[in-house]
Ligand binder design. Structure first.
Ligand SMILES: Cc1ncc(COP(=O)(O)O)c(C=O)c1O
Length: 343
């Protein structure tokens, strides 16, 4: 697929819709450091990519939706958990761009009769939603996409399928774009970080940052903090997205030589289930920095980073960059746990 190169860029980019508020700021967490010591932690504020479309998905969707539009599609079909940030971003961006949106959602535990958090915004944005129990969703995801695709085609619509998390060869571009920003951020701040750390859930953010760190010579590892599956799962998934990216866009990058570093020590009880310690970290960041993390992704990953700092993984003179990938509506959907931890 065609890419176009701008001056000074080590790689050409495919067509992109300018949907996100970019570049996002890179900020040091000085008050946190004064409190806990250790390396200087910087936050790349991808929670500021938009208001309701906040978070990492909008970066990927700039490329995904450009493809859908170029293909003449008018309907978006995607999937995720009931509180999926990706589905919420797709629902709102679909409304903004004039696509109809269908969401295939996985129930988590006992169905809650009152929509809240991301689901509330999906419905507000006018997305059609079909909900499935976890076992059915897991066993039949491909068929569910086929079913809804056929449904919309029978109505004369032109559907475009977006994989979970918009994590595929096209979505990879979103975080290559972020790596380009980080290159400029590091130069402006005069830092050479020891690591870039972020939450990894469907692999696309890590795939993009991994390729981007290589292309823009960021000179540090990208460490995905797993929030659900183990390191082997993410290594395979990130590798698969990178291979698809390299092939689809003929990038010439030897993606199999790129190291994919995953830390799966802080998953806790499972996806969307956070321990009291994660809520304690969320409270700490809110109270020392006014920074809001969520229990499913950014809070769990930041908690892992704090634990690594406490274990002495990073030198106290190092700079470490945390990518805040958003997720605030997932926090609001766990109001009971938040209230309990804030007592
Ligand atoms: C808020 C938030 N942070 C991080 C992630 C992980 O990103 P990725 O799916 O690209 O691994 C997700 C989605 O899975 C998310 O919604």
């Amino acid at each position: 697929m065609a890419v176009s190169r701008v001056a000074d860029s080590p790689i050409g980019f495919p067509p992109r819709l300018p949907l996100a508020r970019l570049p996002t700021p890179l900020e040091p967490l000085d008050r946190l450091r004064a409190r806990i010591g250790g390396p200087r932690v910087w936050v790349k504020r991808d929670d500021l990519t938009d208001c309701a479309v906040t978070g990492n998905k909008i970066r990927k969707l700039e490329f995904t939706l450009a493809r859908a539009r170029a293909a003449g599609c008018d309907t978006l079909i995607t999937a995720g958990g009931l509180q999926s940030n990706h589905c919420r971003a797709t629902a709102l961006l679909g409304a903004r761009l004039g696509f109809q949106v269908h969401l295939i959602l996985r129930e988590e535990g006992v169905p809650n009769p009152h929509p809240q958090g991301n689901l509330l915004l999906d419905l507000l944005a006018g997305a059609s939603v079909s909900r499935y129990n976890k076992a059915h969703y897991r066993a039949h995801q491909a068929e569910l996409y086929d079913e809804w695709d056929a449904h919309y085609r029978a109505q004369g619509a032109r559907p475009w399928r977006i994989p979970v998390g918009a994590s595929d060869g096209t979505g990879v571009w979103g975080y290559i774009g972020c790596a380009a920003e980080l290159h400029a951020d590091f130069a402006a701040a005069g830092i050479r970080p020891a690591a870039i750390v972020h939450a990894t859930g469907s692999g696309g953010t890590q795939a993009g940052l991994t390729a981007g760190a290589h292309l823009y010579e960021l000179g540090c590892p990208v460490i995905g903090m797993a929030v659900c599956d183990d390191a082997a799962y993410f290594q395979n998934k990130v590798r698969a997205d990178l291979r698809e990216w390299a092939e689809l866009y003929a990038t010439g990058v030897a993606v199999d030589d790129l190291a994919i570093e995953v830390n799966d020590r802080y998953i806790g009880p499972g996806y969307a289930q956070a321990t009291p310690e994660v809520f304690e970290t969320i409270r700490l960041l809110a109270r020392t920095q006014g920074l809001v993390l969520d229990p499913v992704y950014s809070g769990k990953a930041f908690h892992g980073l704090l634990e690594e700092i406490r274990r002495g993984t990073f030198s106290s003179t190092a700079d470490v960059v945390f990518i805040h990938t958003g997720g605030i509506f997932g926090l609001l959907a766990q109001a009971d746990c938040v209230a309990e931890s804030a007592k």
